[in-house]
Structures are given as C-alpha cells and as structure tokens.
Design a protein around this ligand. Structure first.
Ligand code: SF4
Length: 507
C-alpha cells in the first residue's frame, strides 16, 4: 500500500511505500475510465465524515467511512487533530485496505474528518485523494468534499492571479484557497465568504487544529447529516456523515440534516450554526433512486421507503401480465419488492449476484470484458424457465448491460421478459458530483423508448414517470429535487462545463 502522510509528529511529510504498492497503482488505473463494452452503473464521487469530541476519533472515522464505502472505492483518507497537530493519511484503495490498526494508531486526537472517493474532476492520483491539508494564512485546514464545483475554472485563474499556489488539481482546494485569500477577519467569516463564491455541489467537512466545520451548498445537492453519541461522563461526540447508515456503526443518533446554505461549527463550547446563503433546495433525486443505501435517511426520508414507492408507482403506471417480478440485484431489489406488492405478482430472486467479483477482474482486456455481466450475475433457471418475467432495474445508461441481462433471462428459459425501470429515461449528464457518460453515450438521449426496447431485446419496456418519481421520493417532506439528468434542465448556470466534461462531450 502506498500512503501519503502529512503532519504526523516525528514524520517527514511524503509518500510512504507499504506492503502492496502494485495493488495501489492498479486500483488507481482502474478509476480512469470504464471499458467501452461495459455499461457501468453511474458512480458517486465521494462520502465524507467528521467526528468531534471522541478519544478515538480516527477509529470512529474509519468505521463511518467503512459504512460509506459504496460512495467511492478509489481512495480514502483520514485527518485527525489533537489541538496542536493536524495529521493526515490517505491512500489508494478501499478503506479497510488503507487503514490497518497500525495506520490508525498513528492518527491521534479527538477530532477527525474522513473521505472516500471516486473521482472525475482532478485526476485520480494519490495527491488528489482527500482530505486535503493546506497551510494557509488562516492556519492549517483540512477539507473533505462531496460534489462538484461548476465555476472552478474562473476561480482558479482568479486565485492564481492573486498568488495562490495550488498543491492539487482537485476543485476542493479552491475552497481552501478562497478561505486563505478572504479579507474576513475571523475563520468562520472567511469560510462563509468562500462558500458564497463557489457554485455547484458541495457537502463539505473541514477541520482546523481545534474546530470542525460542516456545510452544504445552497441547493443541498448532496446529503450531509449530523448525529450525536451521548456521553454520560462528558460532552457528547458530534458526528457528520454523507449518509445516516454511517451513524449506526458508531451508535450515533441521527439529529438532523445540515441544511442547504448552512455552515455548522463544532468547538469545545458546543455546536453553533449560521445560514451563510439563502437556501434554494434542489437536492439530487438520484441519491434516492440508486446511490444512497436503503438503510439511510436522506433529506429526511428513508431511502428504502422511496424505493419501495417507486416500485409501487411503476406497477400502477405500467402494469403487464406476468408470472414473476425479478430484480436486477442489488440496486433493483427494493423497487421490485414495491412493484410485486402493488401488482400482486410474486417476487423472486431470479438473478443471483456474485458479491466476490473483485475490481481485479475489471481490466481492459476484451476477453475478460466479454464475461462482463456473467461474472456478476447468474440466472436461477428453475425459477425463470417457462415463466413470464418482469425485470426491475434502476436505470439504463448505455443499454449494453441491460441487453445482456435480458438475453441471460431469456436463455434461462423465460418465455417473456418485460423491463421496468424505476426512474425516467436518463437523457443528460450530471455536473454535480455524479459520473455520467457524455450525452452521446446515453441511450435515452438518442433513441425513443421503443428503439431502446428493441435494442435491449425486451418484450416490453417502461420507465417510471418524472411525476411518479418525485411523488415517491417526497413522501410529504416537501423536498425540492434536482432532476436535471431526466430533463436537461439544470438548477445552476453552466459556467465552466468544459472543465468537467471532455471538450468533445460539451453539449
Ligand atoms: S443531474 Fe441527476 S445525478 Fe446529477 S444532481 Fe441532478 S438529479 Fe442528481
């Protein structure tokens, strides 16, 4: 393992070669691009956590990151502070691969922030892994960021003209540089000042030697929740995490979401908060469709409830006579349960997912790629044979994987295969922290639903309506959502889109 160590007492900062450098390098390469023949799931960029007031803060951050591993598998990092030092260790790979007992033992202090990452903005080098630790005119700051800034090009040029020297190509460092160059006299004012200047998606946690900050952009694109571990012998531990499933391992109680446009500060004296910008909520609806775990509460609503309602609504909107409802595991499972309950058609696991297919199989060799779906999924023939199947999935991106799955089900003996998708057709890329293919590669941007049906070789195909999706995800919470990947109607101005997409993909 190859680690980047910063700020450890008695240690020179820099790269440390570990036991498995070759593995670290190979996982880094894998994040660069998906093989063309594969139709990968859309990928979330990051998960963030923060811990304040726990004697073993690094281990708490580790547990929380472990629960957020689904939000990014390329790199991970933990920074800790003990009032004097601010140390940071990050590496390429999974949280459990990087943070052995020995590594965690070096991260001392009762405060920590952590990050797990899948990247598209900034390259995937270890230097761009987070947290990023920057010595600034306002002191040492570590930052971990989930989301994507959309005006980063302008800001970077502006800051460089003012003398800023960037250590990374990550957009998260722009926030720290804006803090460093702010004319505000206090750190909290400087942070608020910098957050007002960036546009796009950011749920961030920051740490100085003695304080933790957590903030969400005014649109609240990405989730960020606050929880508390009750301590009968002293002050409570305050925790923040991208998803509430991280609280369960810590035995923390969910308290509330960090609000869109809110900046929360935690010190020894307790929790304070300010609204640094007026809220204008357009939270990412795709968190409910696919990214977040069903055991998380996002925007005040359980993801499991939303997904089950998507399935129920889908059944109401696009009924078809069939014998079995079969999910494409794992992401289609909860919607399929809802579809089966609403339609009265039995639910069965007709496809089994191999959970032990490692990233080592995802290599750019055609002969391996051809196994693709077969390595991950296998049909249960005795369930499928002679039956009319409703296949439930959460999205069709390029269509190639869906076609392989439809063929697989048919080859296992199904007499009819009807595809039902628990969200509307994906027609536009995301600029707010989700890795989407360019528009030319999105099948729904270029084909009608009937053409897609023919492409995936299904007997029928239907998507959930946009109204149906919004209704399923709201659940009376009054949330307002970003639905831009289904409509092409973006809630922010596209200031520097070419910074996010390759030039050829600019729309
Ligand atoms: S464009 Fe789609 S994936 Fe991106 S934030 Fe909006 S809803 Fe989420």
């Amino acid at each position: 393992m190859h680690l980047l160590i910063e700020g450890l007492p008695g240690h020179e900062p820099g790269f440390v070669s570990g036991h498995d450098l070759s593995r670290a390098v190979s996982t880094s390469d894998q994040g660069a691009s998906a093989p063309e023949a594969e139709d990968p799931k859309l990928r979330e960029h990051c998960g963030v956590v923060a811990i304040h007031g726990h004697p073993d803060a690094s281990r708490q951050a580790y547990l929380a990151l472990y629960a957020l591993q689904h939000r990014g598998q390329e790199s991970a990092g933990i920074a800790t502070a003990d009032g004097t030092h601010l140390s940071n260790i990050k590496g390429m790979g999974l949280v459990s691969e990087i943070f052995t007992d020995d590594v965690l033992a070096r991260l001392k202090g009762n405060m920590a922030i952590g990050h797990t990452r899948y990247s598209t903005t900034g390259d995937s080098a270890l230097l761009n892994a987070q947290p990023i630790r920057v010595e600034s005119t306002k002191g040492l700051i570590a930052i971990a960021h989930n989301g994507n800034l959309v005006n980063l090009g302008n800001l970077r040029v502006h800051l460089e003209r003012k003398g800023a020297f960037f250590q990374t190509t990550s957009d998260s460092e722009i926030i720290v540089q804006l803090i460093a160059h702010s004319h505000a006299t206090t750190l909290v004012d400087a942070i608020a000042d910098s957050l007002r200047q960036v546009e796009g998606a950011f749920s961030i946690v920051m740490m100085t030697r003695d304080r933790i900050f957590a903030a969400r952009d005014p649109h609240g694109f990405r989730p960020l929740s606050m929880g508390r571990i009750h301590n009968p012998d002293g002050p409570d531990t305050i925790v923040f995490a991208s998803e509430t499933c991280a609280f369960d391992l810590l035995r923390a109680k969910y308290e509330r979401d960090v609000l869109p446009g809110e900046l929360v500060m935690v010190t020894e004296d307790g929790v304070t908060s300010r609204q640094y910008a007026p809220p204008n909520q357009t939270s990412c609806i795709f968190e409910h469709v696919y990214f977040a775990r069903p055991d998380s509460k996002i925007y005040g609503r359980w993801v499991q409830e939303s997904r089950e309602q998507m399935g129920r609504q889908l059944a109401r909107e696009s009924h078809v006579d069939a014998d079995l409802v079969v999910p494409v595991p794992d992401s289609g499972v909860t919607a399929a349960i809802g579809y089966a309950a609403e339609s009265g058609i039995p639910f069965r696991f007709g496809l089994i997912r191999n959970h032990y297919v490692g990233r080592t199989f995802i290599e750019p060799e055609q002969r391996v790629r051809d196994f693709g779906v077969k390595l991950k999924l296998n049909p249960v023939r005795n369930l499928l044979e002679g039956r009319r199947i409703i296949l439930i999935d959460d999205s069709i991106i390029r269509g190639t994987t869906s076609r392989k799955i439809v063929r697989m089900v048919r080859q296992a003996g199904a007499t009819e295969v009807h595809m039902r998708i628990s969200c509307p057709p994906t027609i536009s890329p995301c600029f707010y922290g989700v890795d989407t293919p360019r528009q030319s590669e999105l099948i729904a941007a270029n084909k009608t639903i009937e053409e897609i049906r023919r492409f995936v070789e299904a007997d029928s195909l239907a998507y959930l309506s946009l109204e149906g999706l919004q209704k399923a995800c709201d659940g009376g919470e009054g949330n307002r959502f970003c639905v831009a990947c289904y409509t092409g109607d973006y809630p922010t101005q596209w200031i520097d889109v070419e910074d996010i997409l390759p030039a050829a993909a600019a729309l």
